[in-house]
Ligand binder design. Structure first.
Ligand code: CUA
Length: 179
């Protein structure tokens, strides 16, 4: 069919739908419904999509809160950047800053205790990914994500940024300790 000449049959699309086309429409519909209902299902029965709260907060306000915690509860520093390792009291509010291209500070939590973990970004969007637990949260400037965490095993856990945030994205790694 040429676009210069009008189609010989004007209403060319009006023909009975073919079985195979119908089958594909049905498959696509069913699959999209499965994916749609997987979202609430995975939230309830999975372990990776946490219930979180989000509040508006400016980067400066969030940084001030994190700084206050660091000033009070730093127990040592680690790495050549001298990142403070903070051991906050069980049950307290703990803060983790995401920025180009690091996490700050390093948190040291206690097994079996509950904490309110606050996360926010200072500049652009980052992704908090706790490994190997595979817990993932979007971290956005202007908002703090708050999750209640109760570590159930001890060890050293890796934190990686899983949202591409520029040239140093691959270096944006840290750790979290559970004692
Ligand atoms: Cu921060 Cu990628």
């Amino acid at each position: 069919m040429s676009s210069i000449l009008p189609p010989p049959q004007r209403v060319w699309w009006k023909e009975p739908i073919e079985k195979i086309e119908l089958a594909w429409i049905a498959i696509a519909l069913v699959w999209s419904l499965i994916l749609f209902f997987m979202m609430p299902y995975w939230h309830v029965f999975g372990k990776q999509n946490l219930s979180n709260e989000a509040y508006r907060i400016s980067p400066a306000q969030f940084q001030a809160k994190a700084q206050e915690m660091v000033d009070k509860y730093t127990v040592r520093t680690e790495t050549e950047q001298n990142v403070p390792v903070v051991h906050p009291p069980p049950g307290s509010d703990v803060y983790l800053i995401a920025r180009l291209w690091s996490w700050w500070p390093i948190l040291e939590l206690e097994q079996g205790q509950s904490y309110r973990l606050h996360l926010s970004a200072m500049d652009y969007q980052h992704g908090f990914s706790l490994q190997p637990e595979n817990i993932n949260l979007q971290i956005v400037p202007g908002y703090e994500m708050v999750v209640t965490v109760a570590p159930n095993k001890t060890g050293s856990f890796a934190i990686v940024c899983n949202e591409y945030c520029g040239i140093g994205h691959h270096q944006m790694v840290s750790r979290m300790y559970v004692k």
